[in-house]
Design a protein around this ligand. Structure first.
Ligand SMILES: [Zn+2]
Length: 103
């Protein structure tokens, strides 16, 4: 598994984050609805209650102005040093085990 193969573009990073955040597809943090529309690449709006959620909300990337890809590359390197890269290890470092939706 190589970084350059998995995350060629910023969109690849967004897709990856989306897939581990909502493995079953979008779920509204406010009302639990699964119906949404994609306002922009990272931003979803719930069709039922109009709550807007970004895929990075509550993660270490939320306030970042750097491209996700820069973060992913740094994190990838750190994970690789410790125990080799695995999807699970990556998830752990991304802080997705304890998401808070306050931000
Ligand atoms: Zn909702």
């Amino acid at each position: 598994m190589e970084f350059e193969d998995m995350f060629k573009t910023e969109q690849d990073c967004i897709d990856y984050l989306t897939s581990i955040r909502w493995p079953q597809g979008f779920e509204c943090p406010t009302c639990g609805s699964v119906r949404s529309w994609e306002k922009s690449k990272k931003r979803f709006e719930c069709i039922d209650c109009h709550t807007e959620t970004t895929v990075t909300a509550g993660t270490i990337f939320h306030k970042s102005t750097k491209p996700l890809r820069v973060w992913f590359q740094a994190i990838w390197w750190i994970v690789a040093q410790k125990n080799g890269v695995s999807a699970k290890g990556l998830m752990k470092v991304l802080g997705l085990g304890s998401i808070s939706l306050d931000g």
